[in-house]
Design a protein around this ligand. Sequence first.
Ligand code: SF4
Length: 279
Amino acid sequence: MQDIFLCSICNVSSGGCKEDCKYCTQSIKHKTNIEIFKEKPIEKVLSEARAAKNTGALGFCLVTSGRSLTSKKTEYISKCASAIKKDGLELHLIACCGSSDKESLKELKKYGIDSYNHNLETSREYFKNICTTHTWEERYLTCQYSIEVGLGLCAGGIMGIGESSEDRKSFYKSLKELNPHTSPINFFIPNDSLPIKQEIMQKQEAIECIKLAKSYLPDARLMMAGGREVVFGKEQKEMFEAGINAIVLGNYLTAEGENPSNDISLIKSYGYNLASSCH
Ligand code: SF4
């Protein structure tokens, strides 16, 4: 039976993004009611990393809003990574900071970031329907750069945003080319302030999406991220049986998650063990 990997995300710069991704509450184009801040104090980031480690997380992902990894963000994330590594927490550190050039990614690696998360979000064909301020190709290129500089790649996307089943296949075909070690699956969470008007995905359709992901990425960690609670509620066994072997623990970027100890109890009640190493 597979072990389940736990990853915690830390929202270190939130909201105020000038891009127009139609599914995202952090865009200034949508009037969402989220907390906006820049550069969470490093001491606070460190205390969240310690708490994540204590709850059993192996991965810790530092996430900034905005289109790209600027030099200022590179410097800040590098400082966060150095502080966490110096603390001896032995967490797999992931940065998720938008599009990037190779030099900035190399810099992050130098200071202790192990993997880069950048999602393709959806198919190349459908992307223009959900974002007009940057391209899918820009996202794909950053994923390629992450691999080229020797960072691990974590890349996935969001489903239930109006894409077709052909789009889903095309999306996973592209991800297969990139061969990420981990692929997050998000299900769209309806929000009145967002331009996408889709219902919460039905559980059976979500299971089909996970099976599709598994068929294209049999060796990747399939990480259930945003939307887990709204789609599956407290009955998540089928999700693991369909191929999920990693979850985001605790809160998401702008949505509240389950109490980590409840999630861990649920996983153990299904007979799964928690993963004890990253890969
Ligand atoms: S670039 Fe990132 S933070 Fe900005 S709107 Fe798009 S998904 Fe949200």
